[in-house]
Design a protein around this ligand. Structure first.
Ligand SMILES: Cc1cc2nc3c(=O)[nH]c(=O)nc-3n(C[C@H](O)[C@H](O)[C@H](O)COP(=O)(O)O)c2cc1C
Length: 342
């Protein structure tokens, strides 16, 4: 796709000006393509429909009304994923209703591989009339570059989200745990595409600011904070871990205050837009992230409690803004940093 047509598709198809509210945001203001969203509410990778690629999303769920969609991460080769059980609790909806809010998953990046994804899957995303980001992960710096070159030729999306919570084949450590590996991965992608790049960071690192700086200096246009945090639970009756993979990632409400603190910390330090993710289940949860410094938010586990969550959360955020007399999203971003120019 050439630059002009990329620019055309990256324009939001439905500007959000409902009743005087300006929710628009550009997640790549320094990139020639920009990444202009009509509003800040996005769907997080791996939680779009029941399979991460939209299964269960019905015609009446208009994806064009949302800020953007990030389908599930793809890898260089197809992956089958981890042994069952991959979810705990088995039904996030029943767990939510019962007040059990510790959501774990160990899906293991089940995906068809980048070649099949770009050939058979992503072209269909154009029909959604929505802004879509292509998420990929890799196990080597070189392969990050190769996958970026392949993605650059792809259609159906306007930007890339790098899932850095994946192990590097050389030493098994996660890219997102190291400033140096993060920088190398982002630089390899930047060298092969001029598409907007969001670098998605891991939460459990000693110094996220250092990693955030490394990603930005290597060419990331924005930072997504954060992925799930490693966790496990044990069934005391069977005395076995509840996940087939033994450990998995914690998501949901338990992650929210952790991710919120990281967003707040990083937004005080770096000068690129931040997308806050973790435990957002209501418009007020989204508002918390925006006040902490996020320019946009991604909805994850809430989709698995109910697939219409992002539309409800957007509407609740709009209601919250009207009630509080705030009509511009841009003026709300980083609102806890009183007296600073944000
Ligand atoms: C079932 C499931 C699958 C996920 N798969 C991916 C994935 O493929 N790539 C990725 O970057 N994040 C993945 N995530 C992480 C989410 O995108 C998000 O960062 C995390 O769940 C925190 O948000 P939440 O608390 O709103 O769920 C997944 C999360 C869940 C619950």
């Amino acid at each position: 796709m050439n630059q002009a047509s990329r620019q055309m598709v990256s324009q939001p198809n439905k500007p959000e000006s409902a009743q005087g509210l300006d929710l628009s945001v550009d997640l790549a203001p320094s990139n020639p393509h920009h990444l202009r969203l009509a509003n800040p509410v996005m769907i997080a990778s791996g939680t779009f429909g029941y399979d991460g690629y939209g299964r269960g999303i019905t015609e009446d769920m208009d994806l064009g009304q949302l800020g953007a969609v990030v389908p599930k991460t793809v890898t260089r080769l197809p992956l089958e994923g981890n042994p069952e059980p991959r979810w705990y609790p088995q039904s996030y909806r029943e767990a939510w209703d019962a007040g059990d809010l510790l959501f774990l998953n160990a899906i293991g990046l089940t995906n068809p591989g980048i070649e099949a994804a770009l050939r058979d899957v992503t072209p269909g995303w154009s029909r959604w009339n929505a802004t879509v980001l292509f998420s990929f992960a890799s196990d080597s710096v070189e392969q990050f570059g190769q996958m970026a070159a392949m993605a650059h030729q792809g259609t159906g999306f306007q930007g890339i989200e790098l899932n850095l919570s994946c192990p590097n084949v050389e030493d098994g450590s996660l890219f997102g745990y190291s400033a140096s590996l993060t920088a190398q991965a982002v630089a390899a992608v930047r060298a092969n595409t001029d598409l907007p790049i969001l670098a998605k960071l891991a939460p459990n690192v000693p110094n996220i600011t250092e990693i955030a700086h490394a990603a930005v200096d290597a060419g990331a246009d924005a930072l997504t904070i954060c992925n799930t945090i490693p966790a496990m639970r044990i069934d005391t009756q069977s005395r076995q871990p509840v996940l087939g993979n033994i450990t998995g990632g914690l998501s949901g409400p338990g992650l929210r205050p952790i991710s919120l603190a990281l967003v707040h910390q990083v937004s005080n330090e770096v000068d690129v837009p931040i997308i806050g993710v973790g435990g957002i289940f209501s418009g007020e949860d989204a508002a918390e992230y925006i006040l902490a410094g996020a320019s946009a938010v991604q909805i994850g586990s809430a989709n698995l409690v109910g697939l219409s969550a992002p539309w409800r959360i957007l509407s609740e955020l709009q209601d919250w803004m009207r009630r509080s007399g705030d009509f511009s999203l841009k003026e709300l971003i980083g609102g806890t940093r009183q007296g600073t120019d944000v």
